[in-house]
Design a protein around this ligand. Sequence first.
Ligand SMILES: *Cc1c(COP(=O)(O)O)cnc(C)c1O
Length: 404
Amino acid sequence: MSTHNPDISSQTQAVRAGIETDTQHGAITPPLYLSSNFSFHDFNEPRQYDYTRSGNPTRELLADALAKLEGGAGAVITSSGMSAALLVIQLLKSGGRLLAPHDCYGGCFRLFKSLSEKGVITVDFVDQSDEAALTEALNRHPEIVWIETPSNPLLRVIDVAKVSALAHEKGATVVVDNTFLSPISQQPLALGADIVVHSTTKYINGHSDVVGGAVIGKTPELVEDLKWWANTLGITGAPFDSLFTLRGLRTLDVRIERHNQNALCLAEYLEQHPQVESVYYPGLPSHPTYEIANKQQTGFGAIISFKIKGGVEAVAQFSRELRLFSLAESLGGVESLICHPATMTHAAVAPEDQKTAGITENLLRISVGIESAEDLQADLQQAFEKVVHNQSIQAKEPSLENSL
Ligand SMILES: *Cc1c(COP(=O)(O)O)cnc(C)c1O
């Protein structure tokens, strides 16, 4: 492959993934191989690919590019982030133990919990920043330790090197869900993890038009195992989705740079705003896990959560008044989004569990896009002003009644 050159940076490799690989017409961008099957050269002589579920040239270009970006031996492209999680779970023995974060992505929580309720796996959900709880859980000898950092929605950062070392002492395989940062801002394999999982739906594709996933393994043995299971389960990604995602990947580095700049700018703005109660962003020195984020990440990401004053009415009005933040779930696209975790992404979490997780009714989460930071800040500003205006009218109402 023309792109494989250890002397060029991974960013350049991502831009050039699959470029000029077409031997028939010299196409600059790679052709899309939609074909479900491939002919044999001759009797008992298969070519490199025979059937698209097990292997496809377009999908392989994306797998190669992601493996290089994460510094792994190889990758498997799956149909979604959830099927990437399902794939990794196949590495557990029957009834095998998984140690997962208590505040992991809702879909992963549901998958792990449902499989454990059926007796397929055993799972412990633990606050991995609580050292005593982590040690106790590791002493139960989990086969897999699942890390998700930063967490959703409060952006708590877990020390990947430290947890990986503790997990390896007990013989566990360490998996990191790197969806929130992408390999541009965090490389878990270099920090000691064995497997990286992505919902490529988010930053990697980055344009909110593909649902997909990826699993990257550190060693060829792990990759072989994962490939075997992906083919057996039939959860590999579609060629068309792979081509789209590969196109998104070419701009990942520049997108992330802008996402991160915009997010820091808005986090600083929100932190000083009188209508804001608190801001959760690992790039602010006030964030409880700023130090670890600064140590293990090369960027702080573009998800910010914050609590606004005035309760649920203020939250509803604020989100309605915004013009440049769409009220929607998901994240990682070029466009800015706002989400109310209590009624949207975390609606399935029981009220008391929401409380322990710090998800209050006045908490909002924004996925900061790559629009102009000034425009985004001005939009937040005008929405805050409308909320304040509304509150002052309401406060005046009783006196108006009195004067009538
Ligand atoms: C979205 C997401 C997933 C699930 O991915 P899908 O592509 O929606 O299936 C898993 N983990 C994290 C952190 C996510 O944000």
